[in-house]
Design a protein around this ligand. Structure first.
Ligand code: URA
Length: 196
């Protein structure tokens, strides 16, 4: 893994404060709240979504809208809850009207996610959706042709990566739901193997 472009002096809380005050790209001008992430500090599994939406921006918490409710349901299918994992996004502020994040915004925000990965040391990262899957796979030396080809596969390295369809995309394209549910079952089998 590359090292962060800049380093932070102390643990998660101070990073969260830095994210809440961040002005490294233009998204601070339209945000209500930046959304650093939520969950346990050193959990085995980290989910990385794309960027906060309307409700996440209002509440300052990740995945609290319809996609978040579905994510909670998916976690429950494998016996997990939010407290068992860490949930964050590749871009920590809402792009206006939920447009796709730009390369520049992803680049500006990436050091925060890099810090979270380095310090929280997840054993498994599940990128949700194409932006996050591409960023995470490339960061760990893999290439991604498309999210449809990558999702549900297990990429093994120092950290195991299981890219998944974004829950919002699966809600929109109902035919992706079984694939996403299968990817959660794959995550469960990977976690079960770690126990043995
Ligand atoms: N979609 C995301 O990618 N992240 C959130 O936090 C909410 C919706």
């Amino acid at each position: 893994m590359q090292t962060s472009l800049f380093s932070f002096d102390s643990a998660g809380d101070s990073l969260d404060d830095k994210i809440r005050e961040c002005k490294k790209c233009g998204l601070w001008k339209t945000r209500t709240h930046a959304v650093p992430g939520e969950g346990g500090f050193r959990k085995k599994v980290m989910f990385v979504g794309e960027a906060p939406g309307k409700w996440e921006d209002i509440k300052g918490r990740p995945f609290v809208g319809a996609a978040g409710k579905y994510l909670d349901e998916l976690l429950a299918t494998i016996g997990l809850s939010r407290d068992d994992v860490y949930i964050t996004n590749i871009v920590k502020c809402r792009p206006p009207n939920n447009r796709d994040p730009t390369d520049e915004e992803i680049r500006a925000c990436a050091p925060y996610l890099e810090w979270q990965i380095e310090h929280m040391r997840p054993r498994v990262i599940c990128p949700l959706g194409r932006f996050s899957a591409k960023f995470i796979l490339e960061k760990f030396g893999f290439t991604m042709k498309s999210i449809t080809a990558a999702q549900g596969k297990i990429y093994r390295g120092d950290i195991i990566i299981i890219p998944m369809f974004h829950p919002a995309a699966a809600l929109y394209h109902g035919k992706w739901k079984p694939e996403l549910e299968k990817a959660f079952a794959t995550l469960k089998s990977v976690l079960d193997d770690m126990e043995n």
